[in-house]
Design a protein around this ligand. Structure first.
Ligand code: SF4
Length: 484
């Protein structure tokens, strides 16, 4: 019998989320099967998978999002709300809306007596207030620990509701890999929405899965590129709708903008509906954009056309890349981002002749191994920190490695006075051939204008003792065999 995927990324063998050491050692150890799962005896907080489940769906039209949790669990949604509002502005929406978020506010009493009534009341309120087409119910650590049966409650409420009610099992404690939250959301979409859909096939339709962190400029660039191959794009679930979700089984193929977004879902769409998919890289930088574009073209049988387009785009873009290269050549870089972005950014800096000295990313697995092999081929040995957050390790490494520039989630590096460029920029272009030029110029501009971060560093004290910077950055990683 086929194994059903649980949505917990750690359940797949060969996936490691705590490692610190050299890139060459990581590659070698993984190849030999010696890179084992480790843990940290001290950690500075993780991103919770519930926020990823919520953020992935939060821009869907006619939807209500109910967190069956204490109030604090939805604190991080403010980031996704901001992205949703900015995304509307970029799309020309005049009357900008907030997403409809309800929290059931589980408290001490609910933990003892159960939270069923609160959840039922919340669904009722969602229907009365917003008359939605979809209601998503997100589990939390608290609802999971007390054993509220959200599936049964939603099934019972569904009998009298017009809206589709979708329970999502994203209890924070289930996974240390926040991308598990994406998987939990897609598993429920498949089970509660797609299972009832009878779809007619469309030969030129491609599902393009995109997370919340993709800017509108990047969406347009991806759609432009696919349009050059006469492909119609079903862009989901970001800024989409129930109708667009129901179109998923009609597609001739699927691809994703991010490596850890919808990869498991695309796999199950292939098994369930026979929809082939391309799973390559995030289209950041010349090499990755080519690879991503060729990947989906190959699945659609349009490789020849893709090669012609790639040649034309290279002719257009190469002189511009060369100009940026003159500004960035030889600069030493530290990169920190999600699994898809950090590896993509590492490939991007090669376009500009920069040198990679450190890379921080949440997971290491077969996909990461392919990227590390490639990066080891073009860079000298660099430091790899496999970590979900953990700023104390990052600042320790930055102090020691002394990069010229930091690319990624910039808060901590900026406080050290380094020029920083956010690679997870959901408001500006990053991807495709045009995104490459924008991002390259942005990195160069930051390097030439580091004043803000320098002033910030002069006025901010990080919470670590000087002695920490003398310590081994990875001293709290325990186990794992190959960890150093
Ligand atoms: S679901 Fe759990 S890990 Fe996530 S925010 Fe709530 S308490 Fe924290």
């Amino acid at each position: 019998m086929a194994e059903t995927y649980s949505g917990v990324r750690e359940s797949k063998s060969g996936r490691v989320n705590d490692y610190g050491g050299s890139s060459k050692a990581a590659e070698e150890s993984f190849r030999k099967g010696c890179l084992k799962r480790a843990d940290r005896s001290f950690a500075q907080g993780l991103q919770c998978q519930q926020i990823n489940s919520m953020a992935a769906l939060m821009s869907l039209e006619d939807a209500v999002f109910i967190a069956h949790s204490p109030q604090g669990c939805i604190g991080c949604t403010s980031l996704a709300v901001d992205m949703y509002r900015v995304g509307q502005a970029h799309r020309g929406v005049k009357h900008i809306k907030n997403p409809h978020i309800i929290v059931t506010n589980l408290d001490q009493k609910s933990v003892i007596f159960g939270g069923e009534k609160k959840l039922r009341d919340s669904v009722q309120k969602a229907i009365e207030r917003y008359n939605p087409k979809m209601i998503f119910v997100f589990a939390s650590c608290a609802s999971g620990v007390i054993g509220d049966d959200i599936d049964a409650i939603c099934a019972d409420l569904q009998k009298s509701a017009d809206a589709v009610i979708v329970p999502i099992h994203c209890e924070g404690f289930k996974s240390k890999i926040c991308a598990s939250g994406f998987d939990a959301a897609f598993i429920s979409i498949q089970k509660y929405i797609l299972s009832k859909v009878q779809a007619e096939k469309k030969d030129n339709l491609v599902n393009l899965f995109a997370p919340v962190s993709i800017s509108y400029a990047d969406q347009k660039e991806m759609e432009r590129m696919l349009g050059l191959l006469d492909i119609e794009t079903n862009y989901i679930p970001f800024y989409s709708s129930l109708e667009k979700i129901k179109k998923i089984p009609s597609a001739a193929a699927s691809t994703s903008i991010c490596k850890v977004f919808a990869d498991e879902f695309m796999n199950s769409l292939e098994k369930e509906y026979g929809i082939p998919y391309s799973h390559t890289v995030m289209p950041i930088g010349l090499r990755n954009t080519d690879k991503w574009f060729r990947g989906i073209a190959q699945v659609m049988g349009k490789e020849k056309e893709a090669d012609e387009i790639i040649n034309r785009e290279h002719e257009r873009i190469t002189p511009l890349v060369q100009k940026i290269r003159e500004r960035l050549q030889g600069k030493r870089v530290f990169i920190c981002g999600g699994t898809g972005r950090s590896f993509a950014a590492a490939a991007l800096i090669d376009d500009f002749g920069m040198e990679l000295v450190g890379l921080e990313t949440p997971t290491y697995d077969d996909d990461a191994q392919v990227d590390i092999e490639y990066l080891n081929g073009i860079h000298k040995d660099f430091v790899v920190d496999i970590a979900n957050m953990q700023p104390f390790e990052q600042v320790n490494l930055i102090k020691k490695l002394k990069p010229d520039v930091f690319i990624g989630v910039p808060e901590w590096a900026a406080k050290l006075g380094l020029p920083t460029t956010h690679v997870l920029d959901m408001k500006r272009p990053t991807m495709g051939y045009d995104g490459l030029i924008y991002l390259g110029n942005k990195i160069a501009d930051q390097l030439e204008n580091p004043g803000f971060n320098k002033k910030l560093a002069a006025h901010v004290r990080l919470p670590y003792k000087d002695s920490w910077y003398e310590e081994d950055a990875f001293k709290y990683i325990v186990g794992g065999g190959a960890n150093v």
